[in-house]
Design a protein around this ligand. Structure first.
Ligand code: GDP
Ligand code: MG
Length: 182
């Protein structure tokens, strides 16, 4: 797939999910695509991408959402993973500061591998873990503002904002593309 394809009235967007190991990337995707949560984290193995269909402006929009499938554990997310992506969710875990500190490194990856028009959303996941929070919502917001990203705190466990986070990215891509087409 080259960038985003417009097939008649249909659209196909590639979106990647990145972030440190165990921040909840695979569970965000399984929550969004299948409304499932996996406390054993087995979802990471094997699943390459999931396709979700949305209707925007009466048009069929297919979001092909890619999961790292554990590659990030070896700090070896390949350029093939990023190729053709038009959107990205950069995920950290609000209960683990080190994962928030890594966000800049993940943003650098996007700069290296992706187009600058990429729609980017910073996601502070595991907001259900309020009692062991290490990163405040304000810190997330201000980093997002600095870097020009959308921002949302989510919980793949209790479903908070998961649908919304993906939909904002998908709608932003759609808006960018339809502007270009017009
Ligand atoms: P990945 O390595 O980034 O793909 O992370 P996983 O989706 O495999 O999740 C890592 C661990 O965090 C698993 O044990 C999940 O059950 C747990 N987890 C994922 N999302 C959430 C969440 O929103 N809240 C809580 N409390 N745990 C989560
Ligand atoms: Mg995973």
């Amino acid at each position: 797939m080259e960038q985003s394809e417009e097939v008649g009235e249909e659209y196909l967007f590639k979106i990647v999910i990145i972030g440190d190991s165990a921040v909840g990337k695979s569970n965000l995707l399984s929550r969004f695509a299948r409304n499932e949560f996996d406390s054993n984290s087995k979802a990471t193995i094997g699943v390459e991408f999931q396709t979700q269909v949305l209707e925007i402006d009466g048009k069929e929009v297919k979001a092909q959402i890619w999961d790292t499938a554990g590659q990030e554990r070896f700090r070896a997310v390949t350029s093939a993973y990023y190729r053709g992506a038009v959107g990205a969710l950069i995920v950290y875990d609000i209960s683990r500061r080190s994962t928030f500190d890594s966000v800049k490194r993940w943003l650098d990856e996007l700069t290296t591998h992706c187009d600058s028009t990429l729609a980017r959303m910073l996601v502070g996941n595991k907001c259900d873990l309020e009692n062991i929070r290490e990163v405040s919502i304000e810190e997330g917001k201000s980093l997002a503002e600095e870097e020009g990203l959308f921002f949302m705190e989510t919980s793949a466990l209790d479903s908070t904002n998961v649908q919304t986070a993906f939909e904002i990215v998908i709608r932003e891509i759609y808006t960018n593309i339809s502007r270009k087409v017009l």
